[in-house]
Design a protein around this ligand. Structure first.
Ligand code: HEC
Ligand code: HEC
Length: 141
């Protein structure tokens, strides 16, 4: 084999291993229910939400985990320090409420509520779309 081709082959193999390494570093998707609620001591305006990754398995992780670089083995919770950790503000970028309810129309950066609403509008299978009884993400509502 000529030297040039050998270098090409070696870099291809190196690239493949780098890619595999990046994929395997992704943390496993948590199974079952993740309870979403404000921390103890903060005033909750609504009951908790039970979130299931299983029903969202077709979506890109980064659609929700928008601060994740796509390869590191840590995925931060929404209310990581300096992120959506303001429980009183309902509007700003650090608002806990906005992480789940922002009305973004762009499905690439949709919140829980905006995605469910856009899908419903498009006549597709959607999740809950309001806080009205029977169509809410919040339990017992
Ligand atoms: C529809 C939105 C959505 C999608 C898509 C999604 N997740 Fe999540 N994930 C969440 C929410 C919400 C939480 C809970 C965050 C919290 O507790 O603040 C979570 C939590 C996690 C956690 C635990 C983080 C912690 O608190 O330590 C991991 C790990 C995780 N997800 C991995 C993944 C991976 C890997 C994928 C893609 C295969 C994925 N998720 C796709 C919404 C999503
Ligand atoms: C990009 C779109 C999208 C985003 C973002 C999204 N969902 Fe969903 N969700 C869906 C779809 C589609 C379904 C319906 C799945 C089905 O019935 O097959 C669904 C279903 C649900 C359901 C009903 C099923 C169940 O588990 O009881 C709940 C609750 C739910 N989503 C909560 C959330 C929460 C909380 C978030 C944000 C952390 C979120 N979703 C983000 C698309 C989305």
């Amino acid at each position: 084999m000529q030297g040039k081709h050998m270098i090409g082959l070696v870099s291809a193999v190196v690239l493949i291993f780098m890619a595999l390494g990046a994929v395997s570093a992704a943390p496993p998707v948590p199974e079952g229910v993740i309870t979403l609620q404000v921390p103890e001591g903060e005033k909750a305006t609504r009951p908790r939400v039970d979130f299931r990754h299983e029903v969202h398995a077709d979506l890109d992780c980064a659609k929700c985990h928008h601060m994740w670089d796509g390869s590191s083995d840590v995925i931060q919770p929404c209310n990581d320090a300096g992120c959506h950790d303001d429980y009183k503000d309902k509007r700003g970028p650090n608002s806990y409420y906005q992480a789940f309810h922002s009305p973004a129309r762009d499905l690439e950066h949709a919140s829980c509520m905006s995605c469910h609403r856009e899908l419903l509008k498009a006549g597709e299978t959607a999740g809950p779309t309001s806080c009205a009884k029977g169509s809410s993400c919040h339990v017992d509502e």
